[in-house]
Design a protein around this ligand. Structure first.
Ligand code: SAH
Length: 478
């Protein structure tokens, strides 16, 4: 770390801004947002303050004369943006009198640099890369923007208003900290984040005994809960913002075999990770045991996450789990995930519905041939229906015979899409007649089958067609 992030109060004296053009104007906006008084020396003779509010503009003093000889009395910092050589000279002058100085895009002449900023009112996050890469800093900022609740600033302001009062009521530091943790993590914090500050205010006012309230958060007595989270098909960037937040908030994560390592990487460092799914060749611990684990961990005060591949409510037994939680009186919530069928559709460009061509979608599972036999294929004869089959690899021959017997054309386009949205994703496309052969081409699951005319719009289909046209052309040429 070369630069220490600090938060500077710019309201104590004027900030000197030297420069011109868009660069200077961007700095004017930033400084104005921080409530700074700005003394602006234009280096192109043109004080352009367009795009600033009247309030902000009122804080700007349009300075005349030479910044290199101007009075630096009570100045807090010097900024140069789009100032050319004058920036370098200003830097020397600032250093001579010990004033912090920033020359934009010129690390050598700067004693402080600007971070990328997340600005949510009282909550401000600064991200720096020591000047190495502003683009990387911006990407980090985007990630932080995504995980911070929109009203996190309101929460800080809310607490700020009550700090003194609570300080008076709970003199002991550790207890006071627990009080605030309980407020932030509990229903009161949730009310503020939901935009219901008035109700939060009332709830806080109605706490009869602040110390007792704080004491209730002693380890082991906290309110635990379970969040059922859909992890999506593999690519961690396909997690929802809520899912990511739950992972970063978890004390323990119970995950299925289908959850990719990249997604487990997103779990809070200190959380325990417990695999509960079926492993290759080994049975899982069983649904009842999973339900018990979830209930026990919530009852012991933990924030448990039940993490499942795709979506928990699509062939994921999420329904059974929340029923067990409900019966046990454990608090829970559900965060959806992108189901494998949608992941496959997006990655390989299979529009699951298409005007005039596909008006319905059926998601079904055909785990074993036996299950496939249990499917009522006669309900799937509609040519304008796209059929998405989960767990259909080994049962592929039964899927084919079922659909053919129901009267679907052997020429119906089909696709087998494996390990979708992961780095080693794979697709094989063809027609229903050849479905078992297509499955043979796949080097391992998990894989999903999509059956219907829309598969002919997919990227691998178009590619295969292009290839066959090309080879025919080559044959005729030869
Ligand atoms: N709840 C999950 C489905 C669990 S059933 C979801 O919503 O996606 C398991 C089946 O899902 C697998 O047999 C396979 O058919 C499909 N599947 C899961 N992840 C997949 C992936 N990354 N690529 C292709 N198919 C996948």
């Amino acid at each position: 770390m070369r630069f220490l992030p600090v938060f500077l109060d710019l309201q104590t004296g004027p900030v000197l801004l030297v420069g011109a053009g868009d660069l200077a104007r961007a700095k004017l906006r930033l400084l104005a947002a921080a409530g700074a008084r700005i003394r602006y020396f234009s280096t192109d003779g043109h004080h352009d303050v367009s795009g600033l509010s009247a309030d902000d503009a009122a804080r700007i003093e349009l300075a005349q004369g030479d910044p290199l000889t101007s009075d630096l009395n009570s100045v807090v910092a010097i900024l140069c943006a789009g100032a050319g050589d004058i920036g370098v000279a200003m830097s020397a002058r600032a250093k001579a009198v010990g004033l912090p100085v920033n020359v934009m895009d010129d690390l050598a002449h700067s004693t402080f640099i600007f971070p990328a900023i997340v600005d949510r009112g009282d909550v401000v996050v600064a991200v720096g890369t020591g000047g190495a890469s502003p683009v990387v800093a911006r990407r980090v900022r985007e990630r932080i923007e995504a995980v911070l609740p929109a009203r996190i600033g309101d929460l800080a302001t809310f607490i700020g208003r009550w700090r003194k009062t609570i300080h008076g009521r709970i003199p002991e530091f550790a207890l006071r900290r627990r009080f605030w943790e309980r407020v932030v993590d509990g229903p009161i914090g949730a009310l503020v984040l939901a935009g219901r500050s008035d109700e939060a205010e009332a709830a806080l006012r109605n706490i009869p005994d602040a110390s007792a309230f704080a004491g209730a958060l002693a380890p082991g007595t906290a309110e635990g809960r379970v969040t059922l989270v859909g992890a999506g098909p593999g690519d961690p960037d396909l997690l929802t913002i809520k899912a990511l937040r739950a992972l970063q908030d978890a004390d323990v994560v119970f995950y299925d075999e289908l959850v990719s390592p990249e997604i487990l990487d997103r779990v809070r460092r200190d959380a325990s990770r417990v695999p509960v799914g079926r492993r290759v060749g080994k049975p899982g611990i069983g649904q009842d045991a999973i339900n018990r684990l979830l209930i026990e961990s919530a009852r012991s005060g933990q924030r448990a996450v039940r993490l499942k591949g795709g979506d928990g409510f699509v062939f994921g037994r999420g329904g059974e789990e929340i029923e067990a939680l409900r019966a046990a009186g454990v608090a829970y919530s559900v965060v959806p995930g992108i189901t494998a069928g949608l992941g496959a559709a997006a990655q390989f460009e299979v529009p699951l519905t298409f005007r005039h061509e596909a008006l319905r979608i059926t998601f079904l599972t055909a785990h074993k041939a036996r299950d496939a036999e249990a499917v009522d294929w006669s309900t799937l004869t509609d040519e304008k229906m796209t059929v998405v089959v989960y767990m259909g690899m080994t049962a592929a021959p039964s899927v084919r015979s079922g659909l053919l017997a129901a009267g679907r054309s052997p020429q119906t386009p089909v696709g087998v899409f494996a390990r979708v949205t992961r780095p080693d994703a794979q697709a094989a496309v063809g027609i229903l007649r050849d479905l078992p052969d297509l499955v043979e081409k796949i080097d391992g699951g998990p894989a999903i089958l999509i059956i219907g005319d829309v598969v002919a719009h997919s990227a691998p289909w178009r590619e295969a067609n292009l290839n066959s046209v090309l080879s025919k052309l080559l044959e005729t040429a030869a």
